[in-house]
Design a protein around this ligand. Sequence first.
Ligand SMILES: Cc1cc2nc3c(=O)[nH]c(=O)nc-3n(C[C@H](O)[C@H](O)[C@H](O)COP(=O)(O)OP(=O)(O)OC[C@H]3O[C@@H](n4cnc5c(N)ncnc54)[C@H](O)[C@@H]3O)c2cc1C
Length: 416
Amino acid sequence: MDFNDTPEEAAFRAEARAWLDQNAVVRAPGKSRAGLLDAESNEVGLLKRSKEWQAKKADAKWACITWPVEFGGRGASSIQNVIFNQEEGRYDVPPSMFGIGQGMLGPTIMAHGTPAQKERYLEPMLRADEVWCQLFSEPAAGSDLAGLRTTAVKDGDSWLIKGQKIWTTGAHYSDWGMIVTRTDPRAAKHAGITYFIVDMKSPGIEIRPIHQINGSKDFNEVFFNDVRVPDENRVGAVNDGWRGAITTLMNERASIGSGSGMGFGVSELLRLARETDWNGRPAIEDPSVRERIADFYWKIKGLEYTGYRTLTALSRGTTPGPENSIGKMIGAPLRQELCAFAMELQGAAGATLDADATWRRGLAQQGWLGSPGLRLAGGTDEILHNILAERVLGLPGEVRVDKDKAFQDIPSGTVR
Ligand SMILES: Cc1cc2nc3c(=O)[nH]c(=O)nc-3n(C[C@H](O)[C@H](O)[C@H](O)COP(=O)(O)OP(=O)(O)OC[C@H]3O[C@@H](n4cnc5c(N)ncnc54)[C@H](O)[C@@H]3O)c2cc1C
């Protein structure tokens, strides 16, 4: 493990910092990344600021730096991307709302799209002139994505899409979506799937927000009622969409695994314990509080050092191993536990979401309410355990009785 930048990495860091210094303001200590709270009321403003910042980066070639030069990136390495993100994280800039498109769907178009699709879609995606959503999950197809039931039927030069997607982050402000559909129910479940680009303003699309426990409405149900999509929007061959879906999912896991930090971490917890009054004394003076904080501290340090192994692998140009998934598998439940303790520390106020009554406008409460989502998105805890068991420990695989059956013969509770 190597904690230091190589001379080339140090030079790259200095270049990034010099540009950021000229174009953004360093964030004040203790201030959280802009726009994390009051997501609903601020969403329009946040989207606007996020787009402006993205365009500014694009003009200076600091947007999507790992994208190849031909698509507007710098062809930067993964470690350079980590370095740029670390540096950008020190400045008061809006969080990106475009990770799904730029991190997952763009690379899928690069790998499987036609030259015309690359030409048409990638540049506006990089600049965030157009925003994208991922239309994968369905009510009965999440972890088992290949069980999807939304259909696409060929009609002349186009396709008619019918069915329902769910948990579609940002569908309500997206211009484009990428959707996986069932095109051959007689084939085995992974084999009869086709992947399309869909205009989110098409007639027949109905988007219904899902109200989340923290008051936000980040994701949606999306209904398709004979939505017409031209064949030129097909990504990859007919019935070969699983290949593209895997590319999207690999990129999703890599982007979630690369870790955006804990959000509410030990330094926030320490600050809260110092600022919280317990019977006339700061809570930090209670030994049981210090013991809990110390316990979180060493666990988070363990995660941080495991993360350095990933960085070292990236820096040496090799592919990171399972430690990449460990970050999410251990980090997400730990964040939930840490936020729960921070709420306990606040006594009765811990149980409210009232921004004025809570410490730092409910930062811990928001972290706690958001953490179950982190344990689901990009592979649930159980699915990650399965992957580790099968691919790392070499334990026997799950029994998959429907693997080679025609999709239409797999029993289900749904009327077809
Ligand atoms: C914050 C967030 C954002 C999201 N954004 C999007 C988006 O933009 N687009 C999109 O398409 N989807 C999105 N999703 C959906 C996400 O991909 C799914 O939630 C995820 O794939 C799990 O599927 P599911 O919710 O249907 O749960 P299920 O797959 O139904 O799982 C239910 C439970 O069963 C367990 N389980 C399932 N299979 C197994 C197994 N084989 N072995 C052991 N346990 C198992 C799971 O771990 C879980 O506890 C988002 C989800 C979240 C939380």
